[in-house]
Design a protein around this ligand. Sequence first.
Ligand SMILES: Nc1ncnc2c1ncn2[C@@H]1O[C@H](COP(=O)(O)OP(=O)(O)OP(=O)(O)O)[C@@H](O)[C@H]1O
Length: 217
Amino acid sequence: MLTARDLHHARGLLAGVSLTLAPGQVVGLAGPSGAGKTTLGRLLAGHLSPEHGTVRLDGAPLPAHGFCPVQLLPQTAELAVNPRWRVGRILEEAHTPGAAARRAFGIRDAWLRRYPHELSGGELQRVVILRSMAPGLRYLIADEISAMLDPLAQAGLWHRLLDHVADRGLGILAISHNAALLRRLGGAVWHLENARLRDATPVPASGRAAGLPLETA
Ligand SMILES: Nc1ncnc2c1ncn2[C@@H]1O[C@H](COP(=O)(O)OP(=O)(O)OP(=O)(O)O)[C@@H](O)[C@H]1O
């Protein structure tokens, strides 16, 4: 279980944010630009330490060294790789994905000899995603990872990713401005605004037909 308790950060940007992400759970995170979604993602992945509050994995702090079981996937894959390393070396930074895993993420053998700038943004994003899938991975924080892709490529990326996280029982927090995408992921949707997090999960159409209260949407 990944838990955040009473997070306060950046002088009021986050003020008392608590959440729990369970293994196998898929959650969307929405909210206006500048609300602090990326900052929350960085806190959850241990890239930042909160001014107040705690982030725990199964009750313990995130490891200070080595591979972190909570991995942050940034929107811009170019910023997450060493531009002087070939793609093959980047891919094997934390583990050695086999040919089947590379195929599952649509990574071609010819790319392994290229440098990051010789791949498109979407191609490099797939490399960064597969790199994060080391055996110790438990939770993924996916920050706008498909924002630069066309709708078909976006659907393909999420299809691959959701298949993989389901197979391994990983938890995923998907940060996006795209409400339709977050609905399609099929899990809860949280909304961050005015320093607070609230559950904004849409009520399914069948729920409305059954007369469930719309206030829960
Ligand atoms: N340590 C800090 N101190 C003060 N302000 C900060 C700090 N860190 C981030 N900010 C500000 O907090 C805001 C939130 O940034 P963040 O990138 O987390 O938002 P976001 O919800 O992900 O936005 P977007 O949807 O535009 O990507 C920004 O206005 C940023 O300038």
